[in-house]
Design a protein around this ligand. Structure first.
Ligand SMILES: Cc1cc2nc3c(=O)[nH]c(=O)nc-3n(C[C@H](O)[C@H](O)[C@H](O)COP(=O)(O)O)c2cc1C
Length: 178
């Protein structure tokens, strides 16, 4: 199973549209995915609460990472870095071991020349968590605000082809082939 993590809480998010597209493309290839929908329910990270019993929302998020063979992240850039809500999710992963050695990639949906601060932060923070970054699957696939259809999925064949490549690389990495 590939866990799909969006860094945006916005309705109509381009990042979530990319992940919904990944879910659709993966399903066509017989690959299971889970689109995590709990970002907005995570409490603010507090080290005092990073112990058993964990807040239920945190335990659920960590269990989803544990159950995944690989993780695909799509996060926007806010003010030169990751959105605070998504950095908060990543902070909650540091104290657990679930993401350690887990194959992880991100797709940057921003237009060329944008979103590089978010990518740099992802690389730094994932480095602290010990995630196994799948470099070949970390790509830029620009998604414009009009690219998703009524179903919230991108139909453009070139975007779907590139998303399919990312899914294949993560499946291979999750199976220990990369
Ligand atoms: C508060 C705020 C700050 C932003 N800062 C940046 C930025 O520093 N660099 C950038 O490339 N885009 C920035 N953007 C644009 C967003 O990254 C862009 O709108 C993106 O599509 C949002 O992702 P979403 O559609 O998945 O919600 C910012 C947007 C907001 C709302």
């Amino acid at each position: 199973m590939i866990l799909l993590l969006s860094g945006s809480l916005r309705a109509g998010s381009a990042n979530e549209a990319l992940l919904r597209t990944a879910r659709a493309v993966a399903a066509q290839a017989g690959v299971r995915t889970l689109l995590y929908d709990g970002l907005g329910r995570l409490p603010h990270f507090n080290p005092d609460d990073d112990r058993e019993p964990l807040p239920a929302a945190v335990a659920g998020m960590r269990a989803a990472i544990e159950a995944a063979d690989a993780v695909l992240i799509c996060a926007p850039e806010y003010a030169g870095t990751l959105p605070g809500a998504f950095k908060n999710l990543l902070d909650w992963t540091v104290g657990g071991t679930e993401i350690c050695d887990k194959p992880v990639a991100w797709v940057n949906v921003a237009a060329p020349g944008r979103g590089e601060g978010a990518e740099a932060t992802l690389r730094t923070v994932l480095g602290y968590t010990g995630a196994a970054v799948v470099e070949a699957a970390c790509v830029r696939v620009p998604v414009g605000h009009g690219d998703a259809g009524e179903d919230g999925v991108v139909a453009d064949p070139e975007i779907r082809r590139r998303v399919g490549d990312v899914v294949r690389l993560l499946v291979a990495a999750g199976a220990g082939e990369a």
